[in-house]
Design a protein around this ligand. Structure first.
Ligand SMILES: [Zn+2]
Length: 584
């Protein structure tokens, strides 16, 4: 990993024009003091993507995404943070000194580069072998693969003997140790599907046996420095731009994925023949939150779909399922029904949760007290859903079983006690931001001078949300250093994407309303008052319960109790008096 000095990062951020950089990707037009264009993160017909050169931020009023020039390139061009800084520095002509790598890092880096090189050579070899082998070509043709697809996705063939690849590598001076480490010897008489990363480097291969009689049907490269099983998704590098717009279709096999791409549904990826892992969902979640599963129509496929549900739910995703009616796989479906019908199929996809619910019901229907059993089984899923979605799912299940919702809620509560201990609920609550607290931050971004007029510790006490407290502290510190606020720099320090999105929206909205500073000031003062009032109300409650607790307990000596009680009462009266001031 490279490490770039902080002052260089700041220089890049300061000198980069967010409007001209985003213009490479989005057609921006001047609109008032800002720029507007069609959002690159969701598909839309009227522009709601706003870029502010002055504030060095962007926000989409359609899908809610917001950030600065770094987050834009990271999310849109899929670059890592160091890559983003490097790219911009290069464009701006800023020299970046780099820390030298340690001996071990150097070794790993060289090894990785060697593996990429070996895989690339192997790719050429497999591709050339395919052209020479009629049986393999015929097999691909039978599976409906066009010549363009074969070329574009670099499909290949591994001959029946390991000899030829061995000779091929030997002629290139590769040692047999390196050859065995990357595990290419396993592929014999197989169709080869290379797996590319987002920079089009070959990470590894998948192989499909040509003869049903030589199992296993599917085989992947062995784990290596550059290939992690359970993390790779076939087709991702080609599917990426479509996934951002249309969501992702998850399929099981290479051919399913290629068939869909070939038919124009380029947002499909395959799990390389392994079961779905949480890591897969995490990777895809960076690009979309709309997931469709499309597994084989047989019982194994349905089981795989059911097993994937908890993995999605734990990652906060409610996926849909595309059911294939009578077809056994996507290929057969497209052949029978034609690709014209498929978009409608996607549109009418139902919730995977409902699909699983129906499977559980049909499994349990003949058992005694089957409704209880269904509720118990479904509670395991429902507990991982939150908010309105959970409420709706509970209602759906209650309707389906013709029972009252309270029975499901009861089962959830019983199971929920353990969850509560883990702190899940608390976490969920703290991520709700109060509108007043958000507004206060927005005011300080727009009018940094006001920061000089407050007592920061007092304001800090008024804020309840820990993340917002952090943002406030960042503002205070920055103002103390620079006597101004660079909001795009503060944004980078905010870990929660939701908070980042909310604040970019608030700042741009306020800026756009065209009120005078004086008008804003009176709104700001009103905000402060409301925060103070809320703070006093909380204090009042706290003190009151402390006083009551003191009256009940007899642990402390009489005198101590009296002193403490007097003190609490004085504080309490003080709070009540301050509160009266507000109501006057
Ligand atoms: Zn958008």
């Amino acid at each position: 990993m490279l490490s770039i000095p902080e002052d260089k990062i700041n220089e890049v951020r300061d000198r980069a024009s967010i409007v001209s950089i985003i213009s490479h990707y989005v057609n921006l037009k001047k609109a008032g003091i800002n720029y507007k264009g069609l959002c690159p993160f969701h598909s839309e017909k009227t522009p709601s993507f706003v870029v502010s050169e002055a504030k060095k931020i962007y926000h989409c009023f359609g899908c809610g995404k917001g950030g600065n020039v770094f987050t834009f390139l990271m999310e849109h061009a899929k670059l890592s943070f160091p890559e983003t800084v490097q790219k911009l520095a290069l464009d701006l002509g800023i020299y970046l000194p780099q820390k030298p790598l340690t001996g071990h890092q150097q070794e790993t880096k060289q090894k990785k580069e060697l593996f990429y090189k070996l895989n690339k050579s192997a790719l050429f070899f497999f591709e050339a072998q395919l052209k020479k082998n009629q049986r393999a070509c015929a097999f691909l043709k039978k599976r409906g693969m066009s010549l363009q697809t074969i070329e574009k996705y670099h499909l290949g063939y591994a001959p029946n003997s390991w000899d030829e690849l061995f000779k091929f590598f030997k002629s290139k001076g590769v040692s047999s140790k390196d050859m065995s480490e990357i595990g290419l010897a396993r592929f014999r008489d197989r169709i080869i599907f290379p797996l590319f990363d987002l920079s089009q480097r070959v990470l590894g291969f998948g192989g499909r046996s040509l003869e049903e009689s030589s199992p296993p049907k599917y085989l992947n490269s062995s784990e290596s420095l550059i290939y992690n099983k359970g993390e790779e998704l076939y087709g991702l590098s080609s599917a990426l731009s479509e996934i951002g717009k249309k969501g992702v279709i998850l399929v099981e096999g290479y051919f399913d994925c290629l068939t869909l791409h070939q038919a124009g549904f380029k947002n499909a990826v395959a799990t390389m023949g392994t079961a779905l892992t949480p890591r897969h969902v995490e990777i895809l979640k960076r690009f979309t939150d709309q997931f469709y599963v499309l597994f084989d129509g047989d019982d194994a496929g349905k089981q795989a779909a059911e097993r994937s549900l908890p993995i999605f739910l734990q990652k906060g995703i409610l996926p849909k399922i595309i059911e294939l009616d009578q077809a056994k796989d996507p290929d057969e479906y497209l052949q029978k029904m034609g690709k014209e019908k498929f978009p409608q199929k996607i549109k009418s996809a139902s919730s995977l949760l409902t699909f699983v619910q129906e499977r559980i019901i049909s499994r349990s229907q003949n058992l005694s007290s089957y409704k209880t059993k269904v509720i118990e089984a479904m509670s395991l899923y429902l507990k991982d859903i939150s908010g309105i979605e959970q409420e709706e799912a509970i209602k759906k299940l209650a309707d389906r079983l013709q029972i009252e919702e309270k029975w499901i809620l009861k089962s959830l509560q019983e199971g929920g006690i353990q969850d509560q201990k883990k702190g899940n609920w608390k976490e969920a609550l703290s991520s709700e931001y109060s509108a007043i607290e958000l507004e206060l931050i927005e005011f300080f971004v727009l009018f940094p001078l006001w920061l000089a007029q407050i007592q920061s510790q007092k304001v800090l006490d008024l804020l309840e949300n820990l993340e917002i407290k952090d943002v406030f502290l960042a503002l205070i510190n920055q103002y103390a250093q620079k006597q101004t606020i660079d909001f795009s720099l503060v944004l980078e320090k905010i870990e929660s994407l939701r908070l980042r999105d909310r604040l970019t929206r608030g700042v741009l909205e306020k800026e756009n309303q065209g009120r005078s500073e004086q008008e804003w000031k009176s709104i700001y003062e009103e905000c402060m008052k409301r925060l103070q009032k809320k703070y006093l109300e909380n204090m009042e409650k706290q003190l009151l319960s402390q006083i009551q607790a003191l009256e009940k307990s007899g642990e402390k000596s009489e005198i101590d109790q009296e002193v403490l009680k007097k003190d609490l009462l004085r504080q309490y009266q003080n709070v009540v008096k301050q509160k009266m001031g507000f109501n006057a």
